[in-house]
Design a protein. Structure first.
Length: 393
């Protein structure tokens, strides 16, 4: 795969990090986020509009894009192992162990909603698909339907639990107390929340993430991200499906989340979004590929690719920055900022990361987390000097 195509994939990964930041920031800034209860401070029209836009355009879409790119990179890793004459499965098992280790540390100390350990565990299942002749598209569709069904079952069980509302409010108050306390109370809360959140993510997002792994794996085999020409015939159908069904499902989900949180409608809307969100995610990919081909494409790729090349380090850095801003590790701004201010922090943090990423790659071959994970994967010490040639991906 040539360097330009790798840069496009890195740029897509950088774009995914922007969307992930736009969602994850609310777990730190708003103690009511994902609780099924509306924050009473967010009663103004601007507050509601901001939350609606975030739910519409970002929530439940960008972890799918990140998952798709993970599956795509899985095949790149397989090809890299083949070129290096190395056994792929042991190499990927070491990489998986590294992801799980980093994810558990991240989940226990910075952000209990960590996805790295989930990706690592799901990668074990992806290894079962690798080398088999199963149809990835059909398998992915079944997994998406399974995810939707599982979410409905979980939502109904929680909805009819007699103590559901009290438990949600207790969790909100516990988060506020921990994030407004000292570093020790913050760390204790994060560590305590990690096991239950991890189980929920595996149950709620695991099947859909694995589905996107499979689609990414299939896309890599067909070289669909090699250029926009590779998907020329798919561009208009994907954009139409994304606009009609993807955006339609997102509208229902955003409206239910903002105006009917915790009820039957939001359960149905969220389950439906598990089926329709991949269509909107696919439209995002196509739109970005069109941008990369435009006269502004070179600048867009140059800006986003360093973020994507250091995706693991930047994902962890986002959590560190948010923890320093909103929890007892730092400024304790949880539940202190209006939604518009929270949203304004997203491009500010992201632009700072873009600048830092570009500077870092001028001096070092890998990000710190990438260096560690590559060393575990290849089971060898890797040079960090700028200009050092990494193993081909």
């Amino acid at each position: 795969m040539n360097q330009h195509r790798l840069l496009q994939i890195d740029a897509l990964r950088g774009f995914a990090l922007f969307g992930i930041l736009a969602v994850n920031i609310w777990s730190f800034a708003d103690p009511y986020f994902a609780s099924g209860v509306t924050n009473p401070r967010y009663a103004g029209a601007i507050d509601m509009a901001v939350r609606f836009i975030v739910a519409l355009l970002f929530e439940a879409k960008f972890y799918l894009l990140f998952s798709f790119l993970f599956g795509y990179s899985f095949m790149l890793q397989a090809w890299a192992a083949e070129r290096a004459g190395a056994a792929f499965r042991p190499r990927m098992l070491r990489r998986t162990a590294g992801l799980v280790l980093l994810g558990v540390l991240h989940g226990c100390f910075l952000y209990y909603g960590d996805i790295l350990h989930l990706y690592g565990l799901l990668c074990l299942l992806l290894l079962l698909w690798y080398g088999r002749h199963w149809r990835t598209a059909e398998s992915a569709a079944l997994l998406l339907m399974l995810a939707s069904f599982m979410l409905v079952v979980l939502g109904v069980v929680l909805l009819f639990s007699p103590e559901a509302g009290l438990l949600e409010l207790k969790a909100v108050f516990a988060r506020v107390a921990a994030f407004h306390g000292d570093a020790r109370s913050t760390q204790a809360f994060i560590t305590g929340e990690f096991p239950s959140t991890s189980a929920f993510l595996m149950f709620g997002q695991g099947p859909s993430a694995l589905a996107m792994f499979l689609l990414g794996l299939g896309a890599a085999r067909a070289n669909l991200l090699g250029s926009i020409e590779a998907i020329e015939q798919l561009v208009r159908p994907i954009l139409r499906l994304g606009a009609v069904f993807g955006l339609g499902g997102a509208l229902l989900y955003a409206a239910a989340s903002e105006f009917a949180p915790g009820g039957v409608l939001v359960i149905f809307a969220t389950a439906l979004s598990y089926l329709t969100a991949p269509l909107l995610t696919a439209a995002y990919i196509v739109l970005m590929m069109l941008l990369f081909r435009s006269r502004h494409g070179a600048r867009a790729i140059a800006a986003l690719a360093p973020m994507g090349k250091l995706a693991l380090s930047n994902y962890l850095l986002q959590s560190l920055v948010l923890a320093l801003l909103f929890t007892g590790y730092g400024l304790r701004l949880c539940d202190e900022l209006p939604p518009i201010a929270v949203l304004a922090l997203v491009p500010a943090v992201f632009l700072a990361q873009m600048t830092l990423s570009a500077w870092w790659l001028k001096h070092y071959a890998y990000g710190p987390a990438e260096w560690l994970l590559r060393a575990i994967t290849n089971w060898q010490w890797l040079p960090q000097e700028a200009g050092a040639q990494p193993p081909s991906r």
